[in-house]
Design a protein around this ligand. Structure first.
Ligand SMILES: [Ca+2]
Length: 338
């Protein structure tokens, strides 16, 4: 690329000395067009067509000199989430959220853990998978027939999915927190993934990525529709309308992404976060107690959730696994050695 640039500059320098003025102007126009094409080609080469990223993500990637998106060896796609600050928690009071859920039994007590709303700074960019981990990738990492030389302890048992819940592009479900964590560790150990460090996203990373710069209850706005996410469409949130209740998960990537190119952050399957569940204003002693109790955080709601449970701020405490629970994976941005 540098060689091409040098040749173009040499042509213009030559033009400046030996070519008449009107032809020189033409040469300048040619150079400007060539430079524009060069810059465009560079940007296109770095951003795959599937990555629906924002200018902020492109800018962060350029600054860090890392790709804005990549696909790993088991077909999982990742986009760069830029560093930044956001307000974590619900903009609306627990009472207001309960009212907007428009369900006879909805109560403020369900939503108090979204408060106090507080500012969080994410100093470092990170990658996040644009989809919930699909069954195809889950099995590719854990395939019992693959690489028999590896110790069996690195393999996870396949999940017995119910009929209609099986498909390579459907999300992996009935995954416990330990299963999800183990998947990340197994992925880290794959030779093809050397140099990458995968983990579950922290709860703050998850909400920051889900919001993608928004402060509304959903990344799509004040409410959500069943054209935007897979949830229990017999229920509504705020001014939303009733819609289809599919009663099962759908293939990952079915619905439009948020501003940062992330699909199904709302609904489909609930997603594990790395954190132990606790209140935002817990003391260290309370946090320790919560960690000992072993409960972890689930985010985003699922195919069987009412839409209020799919909001960006909504938190669920969980210990087990069921057919509405899956996960997505974050990947650290490699630090460059000078
Ligand atoms: Ca989800």
């Amino acid at each position: 690329m540098m060689l091409v640039m040098r040749i173009l500059i040499m042509i213009v320098k030559l033009a400046a000395t030996v070519i008449p003025l009107h032809i020189r102007s033409t040469a300048m126009v040619f150079l400007a067009a060539a430079l524009a094409v060069t810059a465009f080609s560079r940007a296109s080469a770095q951003t795959p067509a599937w990555a629906k990223v924002s200018p902020a993500q492109e800018e962060a990637a350029k600054k860090l000199d890392v790709p804005v998106a990549f696909e790993n060896s088991v077909g999982m796609r990742f986009v760069l989430v830029p560093p930044g600050k956001f307000m974590m928690g619900s903009r609306d009071t627990a009472e207001e959220v309960a009212r907007r859920c428009a369900m006879p039994n909805a109560q403020a007590g369900w939503f108090v853990d979204e408060h106090p709303r507080h500012e969080v700074t994410l100093d470092r960019a990170f990658y996040l998978s644009i989809h919930e981990v699909p069954q195809g990738s889950f099995e590719a990492v854990n395939a019992p027939n693959e690489d028999k030389a590896k110790p069996a302890k690195n393999k996870q048992k396949p999940v017995d999915y119910p009929e209609g819940f099986i498909g390579a592009t459907l999300p992996a479900m009935s995954i416990s927190w330990n299963d999800a964590d183990k998947f990340c560790k197994t992925l880290n150990a794959l030779a093809a993934e050397k140099g990458r460090e995968y983990s579950l996203p922290t709860e703050a990373q998850w909400e920051y990525a889900c919001r993608a710069g928004t402060t509304t209850p959903f990344s799509f706005g004040e409410t959500i529709s069943t054209d935007q996410a897979n949830y229990h469409g017999n229920h509504t949130y705020g001014d939303g309308r009733k819609g289809e209740y599919r009663a099962k998960p759908v293939p990952v990537g079915t619905f439009p992404p948020n501003t940062w190119g992330l699909h199904e952050m709302h609904g489909n399957v609930s997603e594990w976060c790395a954190d132990h569940y606790g209140n935002y204003d817990d003391t260290d002693a309370e946090k320790k107690k919560s960690a000992e109790a072993g409960a972890r955080v689930l985010r985003g709601g699922s195919w069987r959730s009412y839409p209020g449970a799919c909001r960006s701020a909504c938190r669920l405490m969980e210990r087990g696994a069921s057919f509405n629970v899956g996960f997505r994976v974050s990947c650290a941005v490699p630090t460059k050695t000078p």
